[in-house]
Structure formats: C-alpha cells, structure tokens
Design a binder for this molecule. Structure first.
Ligand code: ZN
Length: 72
C-alpha cells in the first residue's frame, strides 16, 4: 500500500544563518543562530520566529481537529 499523503504543508526548523525577518511580525528580527520555522508554500519559503511558530502550531492543531470531523 502506498504511503498516505501528508495533510500538512512543508515546514521545518532551521537555524538562522544570518539575521532575518519574521514574515508574520515584519518588525521582529530573528537573530543569527536562533531557530526559524521555514514554511514552504508553492515556490515561496517564509521564515517565522519561535513565538509565531508556537501560535501557528496551536492553530494547526485546532484546524486538524476541526477538519477530522466530517461535516453533516
Ligand atoms: Zn514572529
């Protein structure tokens, strides 16, 4: 049987190699050496700080819970 397709977008933690901007915060910097969550969408890769990533994981959990229940 083939592997099940993932419902999740492609995301991975990287260590910022240089200072970069959090895509959600605009004004928030991710300093060199700090973790940065890279989310790939289509051909774009966006980086998010730990604080935003935490919120995004919380939101994703809720969305998955909601999505799992078939709608009448
Ligand atoms: Zn952020």
């Amino acid at each position: 049987m083939p592997a099940y397709k993932s419902l999740l977008k492609r995301a991975e933690w990287v260590t910022a190699g240089k200072q970069r901007k959090c895509y959600h915060h605009g004004d928030k910097r991710i300093e060199k050496g700090e973790p940065c969550l890279e989310v790939k969408e289509d051909l774009t890769t966006r980086g998010y700080c730990e604080e935003c990533a935490f919120e995004m994981f919380e939101k994703a959990r809720q969305e998955l819970d909601d999505l799992q229940r078939p709608k009448p």
